[in-house]
Every structure is written in structure tokens, then in C-alpha cells.
Design a protein around this ligand. Sequence first.
Ligand code: 7UC
Ligand code: FE
Length: 294
Amino acid sequence: MKITPQVDQKMGATVTEFDVETLSTSDALRLKDAIYQEKLLILKDQHLSPQQFIALGKALGTIEVYYEPMYHHPDHEEIFVSSSTPESTQQVGVPKTGAFWHADYSFMPRPFGITMTYPQVVPRTNRGTHYIDMGKVFAGLPEELRSVARATKGLHSARRYFKIRPSDVYRPICELVDEIEKKTPPVMHPTVFVHPVTGEEVLYVSEALTCELHDQHGRALEDDSLHQLLEASGQLDTTFSDEHIHTQTFTEGDLLIWDNRSLVHRALHSPTPEPSTSYRVTVHDDHAFYGPTT
Ligand code: 7UC
Ligand code: FE
């Protein structure tokens, strides 16, 4: 197994000569270590069955099954399917997922540390994912904003990006909203936490899922601090040219693994009606999601 940092890129390393079938304990440890050091890994030339993809997840930790069954692979609930299949009448998974800045599962009480995506059908144009390293963002913030982050918590909710299910057609929207609030009540996370492996302080806010910042008395801040933090991170840049944004493209055989504590991401989807399918497996590692807050 060879790990090679990507040249002239803001982050990431490629992993070659990786074979899940013959993965030694020491290589599994090296791979895990590289996830946290490099933040984003691109495993090359992978030809895995769903079972092998799931086995890779289990080699890294404990798989989290997505809470909404609409996303599940029909035979393997561990696999989340993002798929636009214009030719097919039977939709599998959900089209165009994650096209907004977020960290996976930040709207849940216990998010997972590792996300893997494994593109199955790769469109010719516009397929990729944007990433921002929120540890780097925090390190570059002006001191006033760092203090605000250290003194507050963020409220995260799935409510704005919950996807309407086929079974929701003709339901009153208020009923659906109530259901979202009940099933996934908003959760608080520290605005900045110490990464349990790297020790870095990570700014944990996203444009899609962080709704408010609260002070130590639990009162919502009425100023624009959240907006300022998001602005400073590059997540509000509609041209995607902010210095923090890394855009990772992929080809068939690539399998992406990233540190879901450090990075926020945003999927890029092709505007053409080309078919596109991607599998995802998400994993809790052996560490608490965040250590003691700063
Ligand atoms: O359909 C989607 O874009 C799924 C998104 C709301 N959730 C990703 C996650 O795991 O946080
Ligand atoms: Fe995502």
C-alpha cells in the first residue's frame, strides 16, 4: 500500500496498491492514521462488491446505518445510495444528495468520524466534491471570531435539507415539519472542538445544518457571528474560488475516504441528465467525536 500526497492540491493523498481482501493489521492502522493526517484519501483502482465495501467500513470501525430508509441499498442497509437514474422507472436511493455545505450527521447527537463514498456510475462532466478543512479555517480566524467560537455552541438541524419522500406526496407540510422535529430534534455541538486524534481545534459550523449560535446561558446570539464564521470559512462563496475550497474530482475505481470531523463538504452534480450513482458507507471510529472543548 502506497500513500502519496496529491501534488499542487490543498489537501488529500492517493492510496495505490490497496486491496481490502489482503489488508494487514498494520496497513489498516496506516490507512486510519492517514485519514486524520491527510484528511482526504483517494483509493485508486478499487473494484469492490457491496460486501467488500461494507468489509472496508468494518475494518475502520462501526458502520452507522443512515436513519432514513429511502437512501438504503435494496440489499445492504449499510450502504447509502445517491443516484440519478433518468432511464430507470424504479428509483434506487436518492438523487443529487449533499449539494450544500455540511458535515455528515452534524444534526445528530453523535456524528461519525469517517465518511467513504464510492462512485459507481461516474458522469463525464461535473462530478466531484468540494471540501473545506475547518481546522485550517479556525487557525486562520481573527482572534475575536475565535473567542466567539470558543464561547458558544451551535444548533444543528436537518430541517432545511430534509428530502421529501415519495410517501410524503399530498401530506400537509406542517405534519412533515413536526415529524422532522420529532425524529431529529435540533442538537447542540461546540462551535469549536479539539480533534481527538490530531489535537487541532476544528470549527464545526456549516451553511446547511448550523442554524444558530448560543451563548453559555443557552441564549441565541442575535448578531451575525455565525454568518461571519461561515463567510471566513469560504462556505458562502458562490463562485467556489475561495482559497479554502479544494475540489476533488474522481474517476471510475476511485474510493474517497475523509475525516468527517475536520472537513465540511458539498457535492457537485452534473446538470445534464446523465446517470450517476454513488455508494456511501459511514463509520464511527474508536474515538469520541469531540474531546474536551476549548
Ligand atoms: O439527501 C441528502 O442530501 C442527505 C443529507 C441531508 N444528509 C447527509 C448526512 O449524512 O448528513
Ligand atoms: Fe455528505
